[in-house]
Design a protein around this ligand. Structure first.
Ligand code: 8YV
Length: 331
């Protein structure tokens, strides 16, 4: 008897090689237009699918999960962060959830460094003067930024990505400080010459640059709250390539406007794709560098993510535990 292929609904356009392989292996329903699905379309997908492959742009909440069909067994997220999925509600309903860890670590860490450099060295502002035809020639006192070597970098979240940022930053001459739920292994600390801060508050008050690299969970929502942001030095720079929700965006914006901190580099926002007008104005004034959630946006990374999804779906469908299963107690 020929086994029926599982129906796999993919919510967004994935790289061609990934889609081709998925179509060979599964009864795959693609989204060639790449238009994000509405909640009603997502509900319909959940009724049809054996496996749903969503992305960060799909909100798979408890209400939606309640409407899933009996066939749905697996939510194989195309992405590392699973804050778009109510994992507890999914597991309660007997669904398995997987993600794609490990394959976007280097790309995201690279983008973190790019933002640190962009803000400290005024890269975007400088580039703009050329394209705007405003450059009148070199001057000894014009377009000066801040040297990053010798500065203190405080990494909030020392997981895979945090450590990859630390490795890069160390080679740029930054001293590495970090706050994490758990202190990392002594060998890792030693190799990075990293200082562990049990108190996030105390670390924030002493850093030149703060990089957010932890996942967004209920425990990290507004981890950089108004109170904590106010602990930062006026010369501090904040960089976020994790999730917008981890920082109180409104307070950060107000502090940037008031000059209470020196700058920010943001790849993520609290209500994507909406970016507050005030932040846009600050970007035009050269105070912040804003990117459209592109930390993991490399051809290689997106193919690797797709391969991870395929392995997770295939392993699950073959009756085994998928390698990247996510459980509520991991969050
Ligand atoms: C992805 C990300 O592009 O994987 C993550 O957690 O933040 C991004 O880099 C996105 O999540 C894909 O769903």
């Amino acid at each position: 008897m020929v086994r029926k292929k599982p129906i796999v609904v993919v919510t967004r356009k994935l790289p061609d090689v990934v889609e081709t392989r998925m179509c060979e292996l599964f009864d795959t329903r693609l989204n060639v237009s790449d238009a994000p699905l509405s909640q009603a379309e997502l509900a319909q997908a959940l009724r049809t699918a054996d496996v749903l492959v969503p992305t960060v742009t799909d909100r798979i909440d408890a209400q939606l999960i309640e409407q899933a069909g009996d066939n749905l067994k697996l939510i194989a997220n195309f992405g590392n962060g699973v804050d778009n999925i109510d994992v507890a509600a999914a597991v309660k309903r007997g669904l398995t959830v997987t993600n794609t860890p490990g394959v976007l670590t280097d790309d995201t860490a690279d983008m973190t460094m790019a933002l640190i450099l962009a803000v400290a060295r005024r890269v975007v502002e400088g580039a703009h003067t050329i394209t705007a035809g405003e450059w009148t020639g070199w001057s000894p006192t014009w377009m000066l930024g801040s040297r990053i070597a010798g500065k203190r970098l405080g990494i909030v979240g020392m997981g895979r990505i945090g450590q990859a940022v630390a490795r890069r930053a160390k080679s740029f001459g930054l001293s590495i400080h970090y706050h994490n739920r758990r202190r990392v292994a002594a060998g890792v600390e030693e190799a990075l010459e990293a200082t562990y801060w049990d108190s996030l508050d105390q670390m924030l008050a002493r850093m030149d640059i703060v990089s957010v690299n932890c996942p967004h969970t209920p425990a990290t929502y507004h981890l950089l709250s108004a109170r904590r942001l106010k602990l930062l030095r006026p010369s501090a720079i904040v960089v976020n390539t994790a999730r917008g929700e981890i920082i109180d965006e409104l307070t950060l914006t107000k502090m940037l406007e008031a000059g209470d901190i020196a700058g920010a580099g943001l790849d993520v926002f609290e209500h994507e794709p909406a970016v507050p007008n005030k932040l846009l104005r600050l970007a035009k004034a050269g105070k912040v560098t804003l990117l459209p959630h592109m930390g993991s946006a490399t051809h290689e990374g997106r193919i690797d993510m797709g391969e991870k999804v395929i392995v997770n779906v295939k392993t699950f469908m073959d009756g085994h535990r998928p390698p990247d299963r996510v459980l509520p107690n991991m969050l």
